[in-house]
Design a protein around this ligand. Structure first.
Ligand code: BTN
Length: 251
């Protein structure tokens, strides 16, 4: 992988032919205090890729992109990991669009990317704590994209769809995503990218079922706010939901 060539974002880059999981590797480096600047870890293949809610993320060689951005957090820095993750989904679509201009990418709250009603990409953000300061010391944002594998063994996690059969330059896609990330990152706290998030969302005006820590909630998605919250009309009142898993969508 040759990411560095056109990279305008200030990331140190480490590439691997194979790693257990780029998120796990990032955690290992952080625990050894080996990261002080933004860094990205990219692998051609993962042997133990994982997704949200402890799910497996099947990561075969050559057909996908597996990368983790590591953002060190200063002791007193105010940050919103949820909003950065949501921003990453928009930046990833921007990056993908440059190699797939004709593909209709959509977002499913919170941060899954869909093509033709099939998930093609997911993001797993994890934070690492400084145990002495009781403050997060770094954010690890892992992005997994299935470009063109159609062969998902049945026992290998949830099958996800391929973006297209067209071959693209993986180095370019990774570089484009990182560049797009850094275009939005300096102002992410304002949440202005949420206007575009709304346009890309496949849920607006649809009836959904969402699993939250307070249980199952049903209603119609009416909007997303600048904090990345989903605004739901349940028939009686409007609720704003911070985080959860959309388990059903009525199209
Ligand atoms: C999800 O869909 O639940 C999130 C999937 C995240 C997968 C990426 S691939 C790179 C990084 N390393 C991992 O083990 N997971 C993330």
């Amino acid at each position: 992988l040759l990411i560095q060539k056109n990279l305008h974002a200030p990331f140190d880059v480490q590439t691997f032919n194979e790693v257990d999981s780029t998120n796990t590797y990032a955690k290992k480096l952080l625990s050894q205090n080996k990261i002080s600047d933004p860094m990205v870890i990219v692998a051609d293949k993962q042997t133990a890729g994982h997704g949200r809610r402890g799910r497996e993320f099947y990561s075969p060689k050559d057909t996908g992109i597996y990368m983790s951005m590591v953002l060190p957090i200063k002791d007193n820095e105010v940050f919103d990991g949820g909003l950065i993750t949501t921003m990453t989904a928009v930046a990833t679509v921007h990056g993908l669009k440059q190699s797939y201009p004709n593909v209709n990418f959509q977002l499913k709250w919170v941060n899954d990317i869909y093509v033709n009603n099939k998930k093609v990409s997911g993001i797993l953000t994890e934070s690492v704590m400084d145990v002495e300061l009781m403050h997060p010391s770094a954010l690890i944002i892992g992005i997994g994209i299935n470009l063109n594998s159609n062969h998902f063994p049945k026992n290998m996690g949830r099958p996800i769809g391929a973006i297209s059969d067209n071959k693209v330059d993986k180095n370019k896609v990774v570089t484009d995503i990182l560049n797009e990330f850094y275009k939005l990152y300096p102002n992410y706290q304002k949440g202005e990218f949420m206007d575009e998030y709304r346009d890309l969302s496949m849920l607006i005006n649809h009836q959904v079922q969402i699993e939250t820590h307070r249980g199952l909630i049903t209603g119609k998605v009416v909007d997303f706010d600048h904090h990345g919250r989903l605004i739901l009309d349940d028939g009686n009142e409007t609720k704003s939901i911070m985080t959860g898993e959309v388990v059903k969508v009525h199209f």
